[in-house]
Design a protein around this ligand. Structure first.
Ligand SMILES: [Fe+2]
Length: 181
């Protein structure tokens, strides 16, 4: 059995044991994180020749998708300085760092001023680190590869292959007070 099939089998088992009619709990997301942590060694899921970045935008490589649309496993390849917009999530996502570094910044949005987001805290993700976002908690964030090296992450999205591109549900703009940064 390939490593991706092995990971998919473990996550499918978790889904069958833990997902209830309300979806995935925080405990289930932590369990997913513990599973993917075993597959973050470079070469475990992606051969070297598959980590070539796309110079135009971060590259998403679908690796496996559950038939019922409950989750999708993919890899993301980040060229130096590539980033996401400031965005919210409609679905949960558990990620792990395979190679390189990503800087994640969490934001707070004030409904009174619409789509303006204010940065609150940042964290660097290094190889072996695991993190998650969930619609059950504040999860407006952005990710950037701040280095001059390629960054590679493993992602498990809580949605099917046909709509994982829609996981970014809402895009924000930076509070003008921070534009000078
Ligand atoms: Fe995100």
């Amino acid at each position: 059995m390939s490593n991706i099939d092995s990971l998919a089998q473990k996550l499918t088992q978790l889904r069958d044991e833990k997902m209830d009619s309300f979806g995935w709990s925080e405990g289930s997301l932590a369990a997913i994180g513990r599973e993917i942590a075993s597959f973050l060694e470079p070469g475990s899921l992606l051969a070297d020749d598959r980590i070539e970045p796309d110079p135009n935008e971060r590259r998403k490589i679908p690796l496996w998708s559950a038939e019922d649309g409950s989750f999708t496993i993919l890899a993301t390849i980040w060229a130096p300085k590539q980033n996401t917009p400031i965005h919210d999530h409609e679905y949960w996502d558990v990620s792990g760092m395979i190679a390189g570094v990503l800087l994640e910044t969490h934001y707070e949005a004030d409904p009174a001023i619409g789509d303006v987001a204010i940065p609150r805290r940042s964290v660097y993700h290094h190889p072996g680190d695991v993190w998650s976002v969930s619609p059950q908690r504040p999860n407006i964030h952005t990710l950037v590869n701040p280095t001059s090296e390629i960054a590679v992450a493993l992602n498990v999205h809580g949605t099917g292959a046909t709509n994982f591109e829609r996981n970014t549900s809402r895009v924000f703009r930076l509070d003008g007070r921070f534009d000078h940064d």
